[in-house]
Design a protein around this ligand. Structure first.
Ligand SMILES: Cc1cc2nc3c(=O)[nH]c(=O)nc-3n(C[C@H](O)[C@H](O)[C@H](O)COP(=O)(O)O)c2cc1C
Length: 189
């Protein structure tokens, strides 16, 4: 893939909260992205039922298939998530568990960027490292540097507008997405 080729990225959000700080970040990504980058949100992980092998035996639920299709046709995935009890929120893990059971898992060989945050100073770092570990078994290609961990996220976004208000955070995410874009173009066949 050439360096200026247009990229289509999708965003997987790990919060269901209406006033979610991470939802504001997720919605703002297109506005802070570099040129030639289209970013769209995937369906809500809240639409996916609890994983149950008996349900799987009757057929994968439609929201799982829809999400898998969108991930497959995207050039890369950006996961934006809070940290729950030092790890990944259950709703996000549940979605990943479903997606991992598909015979043709959509994460295999897929470039993935991780963005975490927290009102606290550790900025979701522990969740992000657990997520990185989970992604290993999904055969995803997880991008590393520069890492985005947004501490004090509650002071840096406008949840009504769905935007990032902190200029430094916007610039840092732009740098991350620029480097992620180069990574995607480099690893994509
Ligand atoms: C069940 C639960 C566990 C949490 N655990 C952590 C944690 O381990 N580390 C942390 O920084 N924040 C933790 N928080 C606080 C979240 O960072 C905070 O609620 C944040 O606003 C969630 O993101 P959202 O606004 O996008 O929904 C926890 C919140 C909940 C509800």
């Amino acid at each position: 893939m050439s360096e200026n080729q247009e990229l289509n990225l999708v965003v997987l959000l790990g919060s269901l909260r209406k006033q979610s700080f991470h939802a504001a970040v997720a919605k703002s990504l297109q506005s802070v992205a570099p040129a030639n980058t289209n970013i769209t949100l995937l369906g809500s992980v809240g639409d996916i039922p609890h994983y149950n092998a008996d349900v799987q035996a009757d057929g994968f639920p439609a929201p799982v298939l829809e999400m898998a299709g969108a991930i497959k046709s995207a050039d890369g995935v950006i996961v934006v998530t809070p940290e729950y009890n030092y790890s990944v929120p259950g709703v996000l893990k549940n979605a990943l568990d479903w997606l991992s059971r598909l015979p043709d898992t959509p994460f295999a060989g897929k470039p993935v960027s991780l963005i975490s945050g927290s009102p606290g100073p550790i900025a979701g770092a522990r969740a992000q490292y657990h997520l990185r570990q989970i992604m290993v078994f999904l055969d995803a290609l997880v991008f590393t540097k520069p890492e985005v961990m947004i501490g004090g996220i509650n002071t840096k976004v406008d949840t009504e507008a769905g935007s990032i208000t902190d200029e430094q955070t916007k610039a840092f995410i732009n740098g991350h997405l620029t480097a992620f874009g180069s990574f995607v173009r480099r690893v994509s066949l």
